[in-house]
Design a protein around this ligand. Structure first.
Ligand code: TYD
Length: 138
């Protein structure tokens, strides 16, 4: 159910011989307001990022340069997406376990997030996340 909400969003592209331009408008292209932007870069070959879920955070993940794979899991089903265009964003809703790997050389992964960094918003233990999703948390 939640995984169905996690879709690739085709962002606007202004093609120009001087170089292309893409923009993101909160509330118009993505269903949340942007409170934070962070990015992963200089990722060594073979490294894996993510490995957590967020309780309430909404995110849009964009391959600003290069490519990588995002693996999503809502505790019921899974899907993987190859990101390699800076005009595509992957919307990730709350309560989705995500892992990111297969970074190409020079890849830059930019994340637009709906709130400030808050460690209390993370599930970093997969089994704990699954227990909560399946309603087994005590
Ligand atoms: P983490 O979210 O685990 O990174 P990733 O999902 O990319 O693998 O964060 C790694 C570290 O960076 C962790 O110690 C928390 C810190 N951090 C911040 O201080 N602010 C932020 O906005 C983010 C995303 C992480």
């Amino acid at each position: 159910m939640s995984l169905d909400k996690c879709q690739i969003i085709h962002l606007p592209r202004i093609n120009d011989p001087r170089g292309n331009l893409t923009f993101v408008e909160a509330g118009r292209h993505i269903p949340f307001s942007i409170q934070r932007v962070y990015y992963l870069y200089d990722v060594p070959g073979g490294a894996e990022r993510g490995g957590h879920a967020h309780k309430e955070l909404h995110q849009l993940i964009i391959a600003m340069s290069g490519s990588f794979d995002i693996h999503l899991d809502d505790g019921r089903s899974k899907k993987s997406v190859h990101m390699n265009r800076s005009y595509y964003g992957l919307y990730v809703c709350p309560m989705i376990w995500r892992e990111i790997d297969n970074f190409s050389s020079g890849a830059v992964c930019m994340v637009l997030a709906s709130n400030y960094y808050d460690e209390a918003d993370y599930y970093r233990d997969y089994h704990q996340f699954i227990d909560v999703v399946k309603g087994n948390a005590g």
